[in-house]
Every structure is written in C-alpha cells, then in structure tokens.
Design a protein. Sequence first.
Length: 196
Amino acid sequence: HFMFNTLNNLYGLIGKNPIHAQESVLRLSRILHFMLYESNHQRIPLLQELRCIRDYIELENLRYPGNLSISLNVQPQVNNLSVVPLTIFPFVENSFKHGASEMIEDAWINIDFSIFKTSFVFKIENGKGLKLSNSDGPGIGLNNVKRRLELIYGSDHTLQIMDSAESFLVVLKIELTRMKKIEDRQYENQMSYSRG
C-alpha cells in the first residue's frame, strides 16, 4: 500500500513541483535500497535505520499536507549504536497506517530515540481515529515484530504497548550490551554492493 500510495502522490507532484518530486523519488529509492540490501546484514548502524525512517516520514508527509504534526527527537548518544535491521521501522510504519491515516484532522506522531541508564529507549506515540479506537487489538504485523524482538533480544529487551482511547504508545527498551557500537568503516566493509 505504501508503494502504490507513494507512486500515486509522486505522479501528482511531478506537475506541481518537479524539484520536490525528484527529491521524493530519491527518498523512495533509498528506502527500497535499504529494504533490499542493507536489511540483509546481521547488524547495521542505528543511523542507517533512522535515515530510512526520516525518508519514510517525508514521503508520508505528501499524503498529509498541513494536517500532520510530527516530532522526531534523536539523542546524540544513540549515533554510535548498532541495531538488527528493521527493528524500529515497523513501529513507525504502524503509527502512520493505524494512526495518522485514521484521523480526519490534527493527526500527530511523536518519536523519541534516547539512552537511559543502561538501555537504549525508543518511544513512539500517535493519535488515534475512531476506527482504531474500536479495533480488536494489535494486528498480525505487530505480533510478528513482538516475536522477532523476542527471538533477537530475548530477556535483554522490554516492549510496552499502551492503547488508550486517544493515543497508542510503544516503548521499546534494549540493553546497551546488545546494542554494540559499530565502526562506520567496519560497516562499509560488510556491504555487498558498491555505491555509485
């Protein structure tokens, strides 16, 4: 759905703002590159996943002109951490799919990356529309993410999901010992493709 929605938005944007359309195509290209190539690695710099998230947010913004408030806070201390690919991204995607897209107006999403004591902490909260408020609970995608986190991080992580009438909040904590620092040069040597 994301791909078709984005292509449709780009089609309309080409005539109105060609420069913005070019930038959006580049963002879409980077997301696809991340999904197809970078996500195949055992670990990647957290900044790589964060860049994919930023690109995704910018593309989703095309769907909500002036109707979406996004707060993205990234604590500098997280910059040197590594992460298993696609650990964070599904939660961001979920906040748009089941949050912003369900709200008729004043949609909002707050995202926070930080370190607290001995843990990496990721928080994401989004407003909810009536359809989501009346839903039967987490979908298959969220359950798959839970199982994946359990397999990868086991007891070294906690995942809290708070579902209220007005918002949906996810708090993911991973022990820093499982978020080993990774050198940029080391990561570049692992890449299986050449950059043009």
